[in-house]
Write a protein that binds this ligand. Structure first.
Ligand code: XMP
Length: 510
């Protein structure tokens, strides 16, 4: 299978470049530009893409690569800094631009380069640069220009080297996808080879090779990643896999039973479900401070998992549902600074006796994990499950968590989810849920005065969950959900819709 190596120069869009390439059905990986030529040869790429980056090519200490990369006889696409670097190394020149070009910019392309096949002569592109190519390297010609940037794209068709000053990977570039696909399909001659249908067997073979006859332990959470990992491992090594499912009693309505049902009945996974609701609620009694609640739930989870794992005894492998963005964002895949330290990456838990870690989804993006889940036969409802925090409903109940409040919230949340699905919005909203405020207020029901809880509905749109905007839900939907919740769920007499974005609010209420 053809493979693209994406060299990361610290730009903010490196993951996006990789996702676009994968979406085009071509396998790729991101590595830091510091990779040695030997490592490059080991990886055996069929094409290279250089991403953008914050540095300036003529400054001291600017990221450089070995010129031998251009002599491998494989196509190279340099984006932004990547283009400037290619020109700089191959005998061209860059200079600080008179005016910084930032934002949507009109470009005119020459009409005769395979890179722009099918793209109109004039279109809108996303630019973000303060340095420009002053003189292209020998052998290159200009294939696109803007009013402020003469060398907006260059090619050396014979050597299949391309440089673009704009960012084809972002949606603001009108024909960005087409341009990337032109590079992959026309320039490189690749086809759509990388699909989850073709990857299933390879992934199974990889797991088998690594695990051998060892035993594997996996913590099942009910989320997409751990469920797909479990299904895959079961296909690979059968009953060498044992899953521990800690039901902390903070799951959504019927969720625990659904997970158990799918995993045991459909996939014949050995699932040890621990019903630990009383234990968790006991620890949470009287606790109102959000961080304290999170800490208690996290620690208790480990204790319960540990106790159950001890019953199983020694296992050779601990499986984790780490996915590719976790790896890259933890600073392990590419060059980018650590965006978040992910609990799944790097830190090995010391509370289970195991020899090695196995991460069967480590190379996959979230949409690929979902696709793989479908290939493996997991039900759509599970595969399309929205993100759900580890501490569960515990952080969607403001103040003390009690059994009564959990029962109220589960019903209200189920109604909201059902109506979102009925309205066809369950896949367009990034995340949506009900939360239980700790506020009680006066209402009237029939002829009776009530003094009951207020439920808060939350729905957000986001790409990465670092920032989010609240979803503009239709009034009719909110009206219906509000009517149903107040009518069907005891002890709720008010429904509020959260119209705050992140920042300043967070997605979860605690
Ligand atoms: P916040 O509230 O931080 O949420 O804006 C961003 C995303 O992260 C999820 N989230 C968590 N996921 N354990 C998790 O596995 C947690 O403790 C946790 N807290 C928040 C949240 O649901 C949203 O998708």
């Amino acid at each position: 299978m053809k493979r693209v190596l994406i060299l990361d120069f610290g730009g903010q869009y490196n993951l996006l470049v990789a996702r676009r390439v994968r979406e085009s059905g071509v396998y790729c990986e991101i590595k830091s530009y510091r990779i040695s030529m030997d490592e490059v040869r080991d990886f055996a790429p069929d094409a290279l893409i250089f991403t953008g980056g914050p540095a300036t090519v003529f400054d001291e200490g600017a990221p450089m690569v070995d010129k031998a990369l251009f002599e491998m006889g494989i196509p190279v696409l340099g984006i932004c800094y990547g283009m400037q670097l290619m020109m700089h190394l191959l005998g061209g020149a860059c200079r600080r631009a008179d005016t910084r070009e930032y934002g949507k910019t009109e470009l005119r392309q020459s009409g005769d380069s395979p890179l722009f096949a099918g793209v109109p002569e004039k279109a809108i592109y996303w630019m973000s640069h303060g340095v420009e190519v002053e003189r292209p390297a020998p052998g290159f010609r200009i294939i696109a220009s803007s009013a402020g940037c003469r060398h907006a794209a260059v090619e050396n068709a014979e050597k299949r080297l391309y440089g673009v000053q704009f960012h084809p990977e972002v949606n603001h570039t009108e024909y960005g996808r087409q341009i990337l696909e032109n590079f992959l399909y026309s320039v490189c001659g690749f086809t759509r080879e990388w699909t989850m249908a073709s990857y299933v067997e390879e992934a199974i073979a990889e797991c088998r090779a690594k695990i051998g006859s060892g035993r594997v332990l996996l913590a099942l959470s009910g989320g997409v990643d751990s469920s797909v990992a479990a299904a895959l491992l079961q296909r690979a090594v059968g009953n060498q896999l044992t899953c521990i499912f800690v039901d902390h009693g903070l799951l959504r309505k019927d969720e625990g039973d659904q997970v158990e049902e799918v995993m045991t009945r459909q996939f014949h996974v050995d699932v040890r479900r621990v019903n630990a609701k009383d234990r968790f609620l006991g620890k949470l009694a009287g606790v109102t401070e959000p961080e304290r609640k999170r800490k208690i739930i996290g620690e208790e989870f480990i204790r319960v998992f540990e106790a159950e794992a001890k019953k199983i005894g020694k296992v050779e492998f601990l499986a984790q549902g780490t996915i590719y963005p976790d790896v890259v964002e933890s600073g392990l895949g590419g060059e980018s600074t650590v965006i978040k330290s992910h609990h799944n990456v790097g830190g090995l838990p010391d509370y289970v006796d195991f020899e090695d870690i196995i991460e069967p989804l480590r190379r996959l993006f979230k949409d690929e994990v979902r696709q793989l889940g479908l290939e493996l036969g997991l039900p759509e409802a599970l595969v399309w499950r929205q993100p759900f925090p580890g501490p569960g409903l515990g952080i969607r109940i403001i103040g003390e968590v009690t059994e009564e409040k959990l029962a109220i919230l589960r019903e209200a949340d189920a109604i909201f989810r059902e109506e979102m699905a009925n309205a066809g919005l369950d896949r367009t909203a990034s995340q949506y849920f009900a939360a239980l405020t700790n506020m009680r207020s006066v209402g009237v029901m029939g002829d009776e005065r009530t003094y009951d809880y207020a439920v808060a509905l939350r729905s957000v749109q986001t790409q990465d969950f670092m920032t989010a905007t609240w979803t503009r839900l239709p009034w009719e939907l909110l009206d219906k959900v509000s009517g149903r919740i107040v009518g069907e769920v005891s002890h709720v007499n008010r429904v509020l819709y959260d119209v705050t974005s992140k920042p300043p609010a967070t997605v979860e209420l605690e």
